[in-house]
Design a protein around this ligand. Sequence first.
Ligand code: T3D
Length: 266
Amino acid sequence: MSEPLVLVDHRGAICTLTLNRPQALNSLTQAMHVELMAALRAAAANSGVRCVVLMGAGRGFCAGQDLADEGAAPAPAGQPPTDLSVLIERHYKPLCLQLRSMPVPVIAAVNGVAAGAGANLALCCDLVVAAESANFIQAFTKIGLLPDSGGTWLLPRLVGRQRALGLALLGDKLSAHDAEAMGLIWKALPDAGFQLSVADMAAKLAAMPVQALIATRSAIDAAQHLSFEESLTLEAQTQKKLGSAHDYLEGVSAFMTKRAPVFSDR
Ligand code: T3D
């Protein structure tokens, strides 16, 4: 039996998904897309999972599309051109949407190079942390493409138009520290103990009121296209819903009685 292309590890309430083609820096094939999507859907449907971690096996996080895989490799001269929109509609778009709508927080643990779609899939996650030796490359223009997997939407929103254009047009390597400094990612963390730091962060999120975390993400995302007044209304409506949930009762009761809360809603 061949090795799974995505390793799935459950530890308590944390589900870690590891892209597993280290010999090709975990670049994405269609087969890998199928496994990754299935693993994300399974984690979403499992009420015991309260946080997902996405990482890569070996020295890379993900080098984007496998440029030799069927459907991506340019057609030989004289043949009809490869239609890259097919792969995007079939795999990348559903994957990006799945990552952005998971019912639990998703951490991208960027353990090594994240290039092309690999970089932007990380940016689709809720919190992006990177080992300080990792780097991010908007590699698309180097091969005659534009940033996909949400790159044209995510980059200007995360770092502003000028930096988005600098990253996308030049396609240079960006260190984890520079990525943190410009607000592209949450944190660059020391290589030594990276996995432990990620596990601590995942454990912290998993112990938090997950519905409140996801409602916070949704409201922050929605606010990108709402007026201030509309955001205030959305906050009120969402707070009404959260305020009637068990976790609110638990949070306040734990605070009042000076004990640690045990959150369980999902
Ligand atoms: O469907 C569509 O095509 C549209 C969607 C597009 C989305 C995209 O992601 S487009 C962008 C695709 N990605 C790239 O262009 C990045 C290509 N890779 C690189 O530029 C470099 O590998 C890195 C800068 C990421 C890392 O460089 P380095 O020197 O650390 O490693 P390496 O030696 O280049 O790579 C190691 C192996 O991984 C190597 O294989 P080998 O020679 O040891 O057998 C290399 O060929 C392989 N590899 C790396 N990236 C890819 C890949 N194989 C296939 N596809 C890749 N993207």
